[in-house]
Design a protein around this ligand. Structure first.
Ligand code: PMP
Length: 398
């Protein structure tokens, strides 16, 4: 069957990791793929998760299937994190949450669900966005539109351009937005701007689809959900794809959630029935382990507090590396202003490094950065920061 068929191109980011792995340069640095690393350069299992897993091993009595939507306790915990425990959305029962295989699974289930009921809709994404957004919604059969987001001149959000574009999105279309720690740019909307976006969504009748993959990596677990709370308060329909890959370090346990918020509990029940039929013909029901561990952390006040501390540690480490990078470049006499990197949030930085510089760093210094200049700041450590600053300074002078 495959003789006449060309091979598919490798995934750009995962392909970079493959190239990194086979590079024999002992000084090599991977600033590509978006996983958190500690100062030793490893992606640790959080202590709260280790503790929860120990308990799980002792108490788990079956590997029987979970319900199609996953464990109800997990869904309840996800809703508390997304909206706050006292949220009206929870009290009124107008959110339907399922455990999905990661944030990616949430996006795909949401896309498949929307395709059934909004078959002719266009999905609108920020320019730029995480590459897989387009891939997922294209695979689900949607056409893709772009709205302005990053302004390379100001190194911030082109909010006027964004809002003007959203004013023109037809009713019934879908608009994907990053709640915080925008990937790949690291620049987010601020308080009042979200209010304006919510107003436009309400007035124009398009469907907000919020991608919330980095809760806790911006300002804090509670602070980062401000935009979700604003959409919830508007009483409109919207979707949230959330993930514990980053904030609980559960990357390979595929632990995410799709939450569909509706104006009423009755509508929410209808939504849930269709989410279940969508899942049933896809993967039938979710993997259990990550969700059980996550729920155990979120249900236990000591483990929860430990988790909040561990998220803060990750967030602070990344902030610290941002500062060391910027100051390190200044100390090496680099004229170009990189101070904006300190202001960016989350794991990523749109560094402003050109594709030529990115290629030069890979060829000459074994430093791996995604095309377009997106740096995973968590790939920097106190051991490699000097080498990286030297290399960038040399590249910019070359
Ligand atoms: N959305 C964004 C913006 C992401 O960066 C990622 C992870 N790179 C995801 C969703 C998917 O996360 P997961 O690994 O949980 O599928």
């Amino acid at each position: 069957m495959w003789k006449e068929i060309d091979a598919a191109p490798a995934d750009a980011i995962l392909g970079l990791t493959e190239a990194f792995k086979s590079d024999s340069n002992p000084k090599k640095v991977n600033l590509g793929v978006g996983v958190f690393k500690d100062d030793q350069g490893t992606t640790p299992i959080l202590k709260c998760i280790k503790a929860a897993e120990k308990k799980l091993v002792e108490t788990e009595s079956t590997k029987g299937y979970l319900p199609i939507s996953g464990s109800p306790a997990y869904a309840a915990n996800v809703q508390k994190l997304l909206f706050g425990a006292d949220s009206e959305v929870i009290a009124s029962g107008r959110a339907a949450t399922i455990h999905s295989p990661g944030g990616t699974g949430a996006l795909r289930v949401g896309a498949d669900l929307l395709k059934k009921f909004r078959p002719d809709a266009t999905l609108w994404v920020s320019t730029p966005t995480w590459a897989n957004h387009k891939g997922i919604f294209t695979a689900a059969g949607f056409g893709i539109g772009d709205y302005p987001y990053y302004d390379p001149q100001t190194k911030g959000v082109d909010f006027e351009g964004m809002l003007a574009a959203l004013e023109n999105v037809p009713a019934g279309d879908i608009v994907l937005m990053h709640v915080c720690c925008h990937n790949p740019t690291g620049v987010d909307l601020v308080g009042g701007q979200w209010d304006q976006v919510v107003e436009v969504a309400k007035a124009k009748g398009w469907m907000p689809f919020l991608d919330f993959a980095y809760q806790g990596f911006g300002d804090g677990v509670e602070e980062d959900r401000a935009a979700v709370e604003k959409f919830a308060a508007a009483g409109i329909d919207f979707f949230v794809a959330s993930s514990f890959s980053k904030n609980l370090g559960l990357y390979n346990e595929r632990t995410g959630a799709l939450t569909v918020v509706s104006p009423t509990a009755a509508e929410s029940a209808v939504a849930m029935s269709h989410i279940k039929t969508t899942i049933r013909v896809n993967y039938s029901n979710p993997p259990a382990h990550g969700g059980l561990a996550a729920s155990m952390v979120l249900d236990d006040s000591a483990l929860y507090d430990q988790w909040i501390g561990e998220v803060a540690e990750m967030r602070d480490r990344i902030r610290n590396m941002r500062a060391l990078l910027v100051d390190g470049l200044v100390a090496r006499g680099v004229g170009q202003d990189f101070s904006f990197i300190k202001e960016q949030r989350g794991m990523f930085s749109f560094s402003g490094l050109s594709n030529e510089v990115v290629a030069w760093l890979k060829e000459n210094k074994a430093i791996y950065i995604v095309g377009g200049g997106r740096i995973n700041v968590a790939g920097l450590t106190t051991a490699n920061i000097g080498y990286v600053c030297d290399a960038i300074a040399e590249a910019l002078k070359a």
